[in-house]
Design a protein around this ligand. Structure first.
Ligand SMILES: [Cu+2]
Length: 86
């Protein structure tokens, strides 16, 4: 559980700190969300909301809108963290 938390916190920090200076990291964030969903017990409601944000984020990423993608992916990660009580 704590390894998952570290993963999310690292990804969220990367989102806020490095977004303008470094390459976008949407796929990394998406992977963190997938790992989180696989390892954290959440309600079906939270799971489907997180998956929706994940899918929307990756769709935006593929469309080249990385800023919007990272916003959605960060929101999904926060939702997972909140749901897990971390
Ligand atoms: Cu992207």
């Amino acid at each position: 559980m704590s390894r998952i938390k570290t993963l999310f916190v690292t990804a969220l920090l990367a989102s806020t700190v490095s977004a303008p200076a470094f390459a976008y990291h949407c796929p990394m964030d998406a992977k963190a969300i997938e790992n989180g969903l696989a390892n954290i017990q959440v309600s079906d409601e939270v799971r489907s909301k997180v998956m929706q944000l994940h899918d929307e984020g990756m769709a935006a990423h593929k469309a080249g809108d990385h800023q919007d993608a990272e916003k959605k992916l960060a929101e999904a990660m926060r939702m997972l963290l909140n749901a897990a009580g971390m």
